[in-house]
Design a protein around this ligand. Structure first.
Ligand SMILES: *Cc1c(COP(=O)(O)O)cnc(C)c1O
Length: 376
C-alpha cells in the first residue's frame, strides 16, 4: 500500500482541476485582486448554502471569530465562554478583543461543550458563548440557546470544522447570532491559502464585520473611515476558488459521512472508541476521531505503515502555556484532559478509497492484537 495521507488535497484538485484553474485565471486576467465581483458572488452563494441572509468573507477563520466577537460588542475585560477542547484560534479571538476566555469541559461522548457546565461559569461580565462544532458535529445547541436567552448572552458559533452540518434539521450558521467559518485548505471547504467568513441573519452584525474587515470604511467610501478597522478581507482569488469548490461540498460531505460510517462499522466492538453522533444531527466529519488509552501504540503502527495520523488536540486550551496566566489547574476539566490523552484522527477525505480504509483498519486491528489482553 502506498502512503495514505491524513488529508489528500492533491486528489481533490485533480478531480476538478479545469474548474479550479479557470477560477484562478478569471481573477488573474482581470487583475482585480481585492474584493469585487468574485467576493460578492461567493458571499451570496455561501449565505444561500447556509440558509442565512448574510455572509461576509474575511482573511481567515480566526479573523472571522475576532471580528464577530467585536461585532457582538465584546470589550476588554468581558468574559467569553467556550470549550477547552478546541483549536487555539477559538480562544485567541477572545484574547484579541482584550476579553477573557472562560473554559468549560466537554461532553466526553461528543467532544463538544457540555451545556450543563456553562451556567456554572456565567458572571455579570459574560457576554458571549462560543460553542465549537468540533470535528464536524454541531454542539448541542438547544440547551445552549436556552441558557443564552435566560442570561441575555449572544452565541457565536465556531463552525470552522462544520460547513454544511445540521442540528435538528437546521444548517449550522444560523442557529446562533453569528457563525464563523474557516476555509483553511484542509477544511471541508478549503481555499488555497487562508480565508474565512462570517454568516448571520442579523443585518447589524453583518454590517459591522463588513466595515471592520476593510479598514473601517463605510460602504462606497475609499478614504473616509468611520471606525478603526482592520485589513482582514478575503482574497478575491480564494473567493473565486471557493465558488468553484462550493458546488461539490454537499457531495463531498456525503462521501465523508459514508466513509466515516464504514470506518465505524469496521472498528466498533474492537475496543477502539468510535465517534458518537447526537440524535437528529448531521455530522460532516471534518475529522474522523477515535480514542484509546494506549494511543501511542496505534500512532506508531500507523506511522510505520506510512498512514497519516493526527491528534486533535493533544493539549486542552486551559493547560496551554499561552493561557497559563489564567491560572487553571491540571485536573479541573477531566473529560477534556482525558480526551486530549486518548484521541487520534484517521485519514478521511472525500476521495479516500475502500482499500485505503481497509488498510488503516487492518493496521489498527493488528496493533490491537499486540496489546496485552486486559487493554484490547
Ligand atoms: C481551523 C479552525 C479555526 C481557525 O481557522 P483559521 O482559518 O485557521 O484561522 C478556528 N476554530 C476551529 C475549531 C478550527 O478548526
Amino acid at each position: 500500500m502506498n502512503k495514505i495521507p491524513l488529508v489528500d488535497l492533491n486528489a481533490e484538485y485533480q478531480s476538478i482541476k479545469s474548474e479550479i484553474d479557470a477560477s484562478i485565471e478569471r481573477v488573474v486576467k482581470k487583475a482585480n485582486f481585492i474584493l469585487g465581483e468574485e467576493v460578492e458572488l461567493f458571499e451570496k452563494q455561501f449565505a444561500l448554502f447556509c440558509n442565512s441572509k448574510y455572509c461576509v468573507g474575511v482573511a481567515s477563520g480566526t479573523t472571522a471569530l475576532h471580528l464577530a466577537l467585536l461585532a457582538c460588542g465584546v470589550q476588554p475585560g468581558d468574559e467569553v465562554i467556550t470549550s477547552t477542547h478546541s483549536f487555539i484560534a477559538t480562544a485567541e479571538a477572545i484574547s484579541h478583543c482584550g476579553a477573557i476566555p472562560v473554559f468549560v469541559d466537554i461532553n466526553p461522548l461528543t467532544y463538544t461543550i457540555d451545556p450543563d457546565q456553562i451556567e456554572t461559569v456565567i458572571t455579570p461580565k459574560t457576554k458571549v458563548i462560543i460553542p465549537v462544532h468540533l470535528y464536524g458535529q454541531p454542539a448541542d445547541m438547544s440547551p445552549i440557546k436556552q441558557i443564552a436567552e435566560r442570561h441575555g448572552l449572544l452565541i457565536v458559533e465556531d463552525a470552522a470544522q462544520a460547513h454544511g452540518a445540521e442540528y435538528h434539521g437546521q444548517r449550522v450558521g444560523t442557529i446562533g447570532d453569528v457563525a464563523c467559518f474557516s476555509f483553511y485548505p484542509g477544511k471541508n471547504l478549503g481555499a488555497y491559502g487562508d480565508a474565512g467568513a462570517i454568516v448571520t441573519n442579523r443585518a447589524d452584525i453583518a454590517e459591522k464585520v463588513f466595515i471592520l474587515r476593510n479598514h473601517g470604511r463605510a460602504k462606497g467610501m475609499k478614504y473616509e473611515h468611520s471606525i478603526v478597522g482592520y485589513g482582514e478581507r478575503i482574497d478575491t482569488i480564494h473567493a473565486s476558488i471557493l465558488s468553484a469548490k462550493l458546488q461539490y461540498l454537499e457531495a463531498w460531505n456525503e462521501r465523508r459521512r459514508i466513509c466515516a460510517k464504514r470506518y465505524s462499522d469496521m472498528l466498533s466492538g474492537t475496543g477502539i472508541g468510535v465517534p458518537f453522533e447526537l440524535p437528529d444531527v448531521k455530522h460532516v466529519y471534518h475529522l474522523y476521531v477515535v480514542r484509546h488509552p494506549q494511543r501511542d501504540v496505534f500512532i506508531e503502527a500507523m506511522q510505520q505503515n506510512k498512514i497519516g495520523v493526527g491528534i486533535h488536540y493533544p493539549i486542552p486550551l486551559h493547560l496551554q502555556p499561552a493561557y497559563k496566566f489564567l491560572g487553571y489547574r491540571d485536573g479541573i476539566f477531566p473529560h477534556a484532559e482525558k480526551a486530549s490523552r486518548e484521541v487520534f484522527s484517521l485519514p478521511l477525505f472525500p476521495t479516500i478509497e475502500h482499500a485505503q480504509q481497509d488498510f488503516v483498519v487492518d493496521t489498527i486491528k493488528n496493533a490491537l492484537g499486540g496489546l496485552p489482553n486486559e487493554l484490547n
